[in-house]
Ligand binder design. Structure first.
Ligand code: SF4
Length: 334
């Protein structure tokens, strides 16, 4: 299964889509640093209820989890898919059908989770889906490690950007994600996202239709770093964006041996960060309530919704299985 001519453009003479610029010949089957080759690999396409309330709503967000990741953090919570193992290879046409099926299931939006290494194929699938009647907002859910040029390919197709902003310190970005260029890359990426979606808009139900929400996952022992990021975002963008402050860090993967990363974030650490956000005047934001630091909040990457047969076998009802709990609730800061 190959990319179409248009989608292949960025990969024919070596892929340069993301800041890694590893030059993998993905069309010939070579996998890049992101673990992806020329095929689109998806690990789950289902209604998802654990995003910010203005994204999930009661109906759920139509989340499409793409396999592979160009960042590769040592503490990755989604290792099963970020390493490219979980998932099924699908065509651009099937991806387009998935978008329309999620809309038919009542999704409030299409939520593209870590799609940066598939941007050419995703844009083609979105155009096809829009021609076929897709009219709900499209959310681009990202690590924040994105090239501005690649983000420009999404202009006019994405309505809501939902990037992480993980580090302001290059040394920390290098240590935890092997990406010393993360801070300056994320600064440019968020700037481009805000340029494309310069104001936040909601419908009458409070569901976001357009805008940018930047997330920061507080890491244990790194409150000072987190404060730098929240201050930067608030002082730069004010009420142009929303900021989502998360405490759901769960020790896993290679992080288990790290003296700081092997524990959860304490209640005190999270409170210090939230107090700081309030002190500097942040009102447009979200925080997490309850004990969210559990591996059980990671959705099952069981390829649900990826193939049409599976949809028919399992039905198209919402996934409200045992993993959904009222504890993983995000509240508006105000
Ligand atoms: S998207 Fe993947 S293959 Fe392309 S440059 Fe980035 S890591 Fe390499």
């Amino acid at each position: 299964m190959h990319m179409s001519t248009g989608a292949a453009k960025n990969t024919r003479s070596g892929c340069m889509l993301c800041p890694r610029e590893c030059g993998a010949d993905r069309e010939s089957g070579q996998r890049g640093r992101c673990h992806a080759d020329g095929r689109i690999r998806v690990a789950r396409a289902a209604l998802h209820f654990w995003e910010e309330p203005c994204i999930s709503g009661k109906e759920g967000s139509g989340a499409v989890f793409f396999s592979g990741c160009s960042l590769g953090c040592v503490y990755c919570q989604n290792r099963e898919i970020s390493g490219g193992r979980a998932g099924i290879d699908i065509s651009i046409d099937r991806l387009s059908d998935i978008f329309v099926e999620l809309q038919d299931q009542g999704a409030n939006n299409i939520n593209l989770v870590t799609a940066g290494h598939y941007v050419p194929q995703v844009t083609e699938a979105l155009r096809k889906a829009k021609d076929a009647g897709l009219n709900i907002p499209v959310v681009y859910n990202s690590s924040g490690y994105e090239k501005t040029e690649t983000l420009r390919l999404l202009e006019g197709l994405v309505d809501i950007y939902l990037p992480d902003f993980k580090y302001m310190d290059a040394g920390l970005a290098d240590e935890y994600s092997g990406a010393a260029d993360y801070p300056r890359t994320a600064v440019s990426a968020v700037r481009e996202m805000v340029r494309q979606c310069p104001s936040v808009q909601f419908d009458e139900r409070g569901i976001m239709q357009r805008g940018v929400i930047v997330r920061h996952l507080l890491l244990p022992g790194h409150v000072r770093e987190a404060k730098k990021i929240i201050r930067y975002l608030y002082e730069t963008y004010g009420n142009q964006i929303y900021i989502s402050i998360m405490n759901q860090y769960t020790p896993c993967g290679d992080a288990a041996g790290d003296p700081l990363l092997r524990r959860k974030v304490t209640k005190r650490e999270y409170e210090r960060l939230l107090d700081f956000a309030a002190e500097i005047g942040l009102e447009q934001g979200f925080y997490q309530e309850g004990d969210t630091a559990k591996e059980s909040f990671i959705p099952p990457f069981d390829c649900r919704g990826v193939l049409p047969e599976r949809n028919r076998e399992k039905g198209v009802d919402a996934d409200t299985g045992s993993r959904k709990t009222e504890q993983n609730v995000r509240r508006p800061i105000r």
